[in-house]
Design a protein around this ligand. Structure first.
Ligand code: C2E
Ligand code: MG
Ligand code: MG
Length: 593
């Protein structure tokens, strides 16, 4: 205690000693030693403890060598020379500069280990650089441990094949080292693999994947310059030279190996190929994109027993370009009102009278002409832009209804589509109410088409929205009824006013009695539940006759009217309705002529 109370020089001395001791301890603990170099006198000092780590005679080396860097080079692995030269270039050093680096030093005749170097440049009284202090720390164990972790992380734990991220890294390296060479990406998976798990258990499923992993590895190693991985579950990816024969051979080998696996299950695989182009090299195209292209090709043959292999071709490329165009131009197109609302009449089949219409969006593109919603709606649903388009369609529809009312035009209800994405928008109901009241549209003149969801977890959202719309006295239509997995279930849970059955979701053969039985059962059930029904996709007279015979009155379909611009729709509304009898007589008359 007394010591610490002593002021002045004594305490300072003690502190210096302590600092030195502390420094020594740290150096020992971190397996480090220091080297000092005086830039002015060109004299050096090496901490003698370096001998604990290096068996070579560094002191001798440094004494002989005038340039510190050159001497070190003898003690360093060739691959690290370049790095070392830069590290030991003191010509640009300023007082206070710091540097760090890592190199493999010779610790014994034939053994190298990793050392981390930290350099600090101290200035003299004149502020000019005077001394360089470098700490060398042996980090061999640390790096070995890190490499081990990296190795474990880079492997798929089930098959021990490289995983997706290491595949991407290795493939990037392979492409960079061979900038003139073209490669093919082959993506594959096992058809109905979930059924293997279901029928034979997850353990057997795992065994098959492991077996497949071994076969893929065997095949790829025989091929030489390739990379491969398990992407996820039963999906694997290869990258190999784009030689058609080699690719066919690999596919055949993998497929036939799997077929010979002893299991009573038809284990077929589907394959998608993307052949790299020179442009991909030039553009430095990402590995992920090329994998996606192989995947896109593969998806087209999944579950197709006649065709097992698909190659990504120009058609895909065009689609991709179109998709990119759609995404990059969508916002501007909405601002510039390139999206147009079309109306497709809904008819009373017997009388031909128009009883309402559906608003369907079209994109009038200045360069590509008319783009149908089938092309852009799925993309907008994925990126969320559909909500803005739906609002735009609803607002335009409200504005048109307002104009009709103001002009004394006969107005029948118009339905608008509500995308599944919209259902997650908590402000949706407020937006609808605000828009409808802005144009002062009576609620019975605007209806909402909701698509039943294929996923049960969405149904809560759907039920909630349907209820809120009905509370606000809007009619709710269930669109595309029969397309999902849970049609009948959803009918129990979701309260709707009108069922919209799309004929394209039922078997298409003309005299298909099964389809007819299903249809009449649905209509019967709807009648019992007190639901209105409208059938969509009605294209010919035999469909009309059958629908009428089972008590269905209303339809929307090309047989009556195609979707049309608002101008045309107005003309249609003004024209005399054509009853079914007249329509047929007129057609027969035209045929005779
Ligand atoms: P949907 O809502 O079921 O619309 C009916 C689709 O069936 C329309 O296709 C219509 O042109 C077509 N159709 C009508 N009658 C027949 C027929 O007799 N035969 C055949 N083969 N087709 C017929 P469209 O306009 O191409 O729209 C396709 C889908 O795009 C729509 O199906 C809807 O899901 C979506 N869509 C269209 N406009 C919008 C929109 O404003 N918002 C949202 N969220 N989706 C929209
Ligand atoms: Mg619809
Ligand atoms: Mg529909």
């Amino acid at each position: 205690m007394a010591e610490w109370n002593d002021p002045g020089i004594e305490l300072e001395k003690k502190t210096d000693e302590l600092e030195e001791l502390k420094e020594r301890l740290i150096l020992q603990q971190t397996a480090s030693f220091t080297v000092e170099y005086n830039l002015k006198t060109r004299k050096y000092y090496i901490d003698p403890s370096y001998k604990n780590y290096i068996k070579e005679d560094w002191e001798k080396d440094f004494i002989r060598s005038k340039e510190m860097g050159r001497a070190h080079r003898r003690a360093v692995l060739r691959q690290d020379h370049e790095m070392l030269d830069a590290f030991f270039d003191f010509s640009t050093l300023k007082a206070g500069d710091k540097r760090i680096g890592k190199a493999r030093f010779r610790i014994d005749k034939h053994q190298f280990e990793w050392f981390r170097m930290a350099l600090f440049c101290a200035g003299g009284a004149d502020g000019e650089p005077e001394r360089v202090v470098i700490t060398f720390s042996n980090v061999q164990r640390e790096i070995e441990a890190m490499e081990k972790v990296e190795f474990l992380l880079s492997q798929d734990p089930l098959t021990h094949l490289p995983n997706r991220s290491i595949f991407i890294k290795k493939t990037q390296r392979m492409l960079k080292e061979n900038p003139k060479k073209l490669y093919a990406f082959v993506q594959m998976d096992v058809d109905k693999f979930h059924m293997v798990n279901q029928f034979f258990g997850a353990k057997e499923g795992d065994n098959i994947l492991r077996y497949l992993g071994v076969k893929i590895q065997e095949c790829m190693e025989a091929m030489g310059e390739c990379t491969y991985c398990r992407v996820s579950s039963d999906t694997f990816c290869l990258c190999m030279p784009d030689d058609q024969e080699g690719i066919d051979e690999a596919i055949e080998y993998i497929q036939s190996s799997l077929r010979s696996y002893p299991i009573r299950f038809d284990t077929t695989m589907s394959f998608g190929i993307y052949m790299m182009t020179e442009r991909d090299h030039e553009k430095n195209e990402s590995i992920e994109t090329m994998m996606d292209r192989a995947r896109a090709a593969q998806r087209t043959v999944k579950g197709n027993y006649m065709k097992r292999v698909a190659v990504y071709n120009e058609e895909f490329m065009r689609q991709e370009e179109m998709e990119q165009m759609i995404v990059s131009e969508m916002k501007q197109a909405l601002r510039e009102e390139q999206f147009k609302v079309y109306l497709q009449p809904k008819c009373d089949m017997e009388t031909g009278r128009i009883i309402g219409s559906e608003a369907l969006v079209r994109w009038h593109h200045p360069k590509h002409g008319m783009i149908s919603p089938g092309k852009f709606v799925p993309i907008f649903e994925r990126n969320g832009f559909i909500s803005e388009v739906d609002y735009y369609v609803m607002e335009n529809t409200c504005r048109t209804i307002r104009r009709w009312l103001d002009e004394g035009f006969p107005v029948e209800p118009v339905s608008v589509n509500v995308s599944r994405m919209d259902m997650y928008n908590p402000r949706l109901m407020e937006n609808i109410k605000d828009c409808v009241s802005k144009y002062n549209v009576p609620h019975e003149l605007i209806e909402f088409e909701l698509t039943e969801s294929a996923f049960v977890f969405d149904n809560a959202q759907l039920t909630n929205l349907a209820e809120r719309l009905q509370e606000n006295h809007f009619s709710v239509l269930m669109d595309d009824f029969g397309s999902g997995y849970s049609s009948l279930n959803s009918l129990r849970e979701i309260s709707v006013d009108i069922l919209k059955i799309d004929l394209k979701f039922l078997p298409q053969k003309r005299e298909d009695t099964r389809a007819n039985v299903i249809l009449s059962c649905i209509i019967d059930m709807a009648n019992k539940l007190g639901l209105e029904v409208i059938v969509e996709g009605v294209e010919n007279i035999s469909q009309v006759k059958f629908l009428l015979s089972i008590g269905c009155k209303n339809a929307q379909g090309f047989y009556f009217h195609r979707p049309m611009s608002i101008d045309e729709f107005e003309k249609c509304m003004k024209a005399e309705p054509v009853p079914i009898s007249m329509r047929e007589r007129y057609r027969a008359f035209r045929k005779q002529r």
